[in-house]
Ligand binder design. Structure first.
Ligand code: C2E
Ligand code: MG
Ligand code: MG
Ligand code: MG
Length: 285
């Protein structure tokens, strides 16, 4: 009866699981039949330079509005898509839409794209991804690829080679959700990384927790010592922001600055930041 949850911990089989499994099967069925081009929309969340408070890039976040299921959270449908080849079609749709949007932004605004381990490990998927990037006309130096550390552990050597190939094309590589997976500091320096994104769970613990603050400070120091850029996600309060800046974090992302915004609103958001009306007003208030 022993099952494993997503963290690989053994859990008992309960009726709840049966419901979950039925839900997963339903999501998978709807996703398989979905017209992704139509049903997947993007939201964009800005990443800010912690000192200058200028936009570094927008992260593309997939939103699925299923005719049968309604709005489904990416925390549900992305893992389901990742169980099969469905993820490749989802990734291609997100990349096409995100790169098309990025073409209308100023050159200094990058675009951050989440890739799944499966994308990196499939030569065919990777070839298609490169073709989409090349056809987009977006300069590769504007594109940031985000991968999670857990995703790299399935086949470290293959993933490392795939990232090195993307890096040779001029893309930037970020390690996403750092600290949540089975991170081994022994391999991090072997990866062709540009940035490390500290997971938001660390940032959220900082409030009134000296140990959590020390951990974040140490992580930021470690990332700096590796000569990598440090990004923190999930910044919700100006207290968190002040500490992160003091600790030397380079780039920040979170509800304090902006929630993910619909694709059409990105150009106006850029204009407002350029006019000095964001995000300082939020950070100060
Ligand atoms: P992620 O890549 O770590 O994205 C950041 C998530 O944190 C987003 O959730 C974002 O809305 C949320 N977030 C940002 N700032 C804050 C904050 O201040 N407080 C809180 N509480 N949350 C914040 P979202 O959009 O629900 O996406 C969840 C995850 O789904 C993403 O985590 C990513 O792993 C995955 N995902 C989303 N879109 C894609 C995609 O196109 N491809 C792939 N492979 N994965 C995706
Ligand atoms: Mg991400
Ligand atoms: Mg993240
Ligand atoms: Mg995260």
């Amino acid at each position: 009866h022993a099952k494993q949850n997503h963290r690989g911990e053994a859990v008992l089989f309960t009726p709840e699981h049966e419901t979950n499994m039925r839900m997963i099967a339903q999501i998978e069925q709807c996703l398989r039949r979905a017209n992704l081009e139509q049903e997947i929309q993007l939201e964009f969340q800005p990443l800010f330079d912690a000192v200058e408070q200028t936009i570094v890039s927008f992260e593309a976040l997939a939103r699925w509005n299923s005719p049968e299921l309604g709005a489904v959270s990416p925390n549900l449908f992305v893992p389901v898509a990742e169980r099969s080849e469905i993820i490749h079609a989802l990734t291609r749709t997100v990349l096409r839409k995100a790169l098309k949007a990025a073409r209308s932004w100023p050159d200094y605004v990058g675009v951050s794209l989440n890739l799944s381990a499966r994308d990196l490990l499939s030569p065919r998927a990777l070839t298609q991804i490169v073709a989409i990037i090349e056809a987009s006309g977006v300069k590769t130096s504007r594109i940031d690829i985000e991968v999670t550390e857990t995703s790299l552990l399935t086949d470290f050597v293959k993933a490392e080679a795939a990232l090195a190939m993307l890096k040779r094309l001029g893309l930037k590589i970020s390690l996403d959700d750092f600290g949540t997976g089975y991170s081994s500091l022994a391999y991090i320096h072997r990866l062709p990384l540009d940035k490390i994104k500290i997971d938001r769970s660390f940032i959220q613990e900082m409030h009134g927790n000296g140990v959590a603050r020390d951990i974040v400070k140490s992580l930021i120091g470690l990332i700096g010592n590796l000569k990598l850029q440090c990004v923190t996600e999930g910044v919700e309060t100006s207290e968190q922001f002040d500490l992160l800046r003091k600790f030397g974090c380079n780039v920040v992302q979170g509800f304090l600055f902006s929630r993910p915004i619909p694709q059409d609103e990105a150009p106006r958001f850029i204009a407002e930041v350029e006019a000095g009306r964001r995000p300082a007003e939020r950070a100060a208030g």
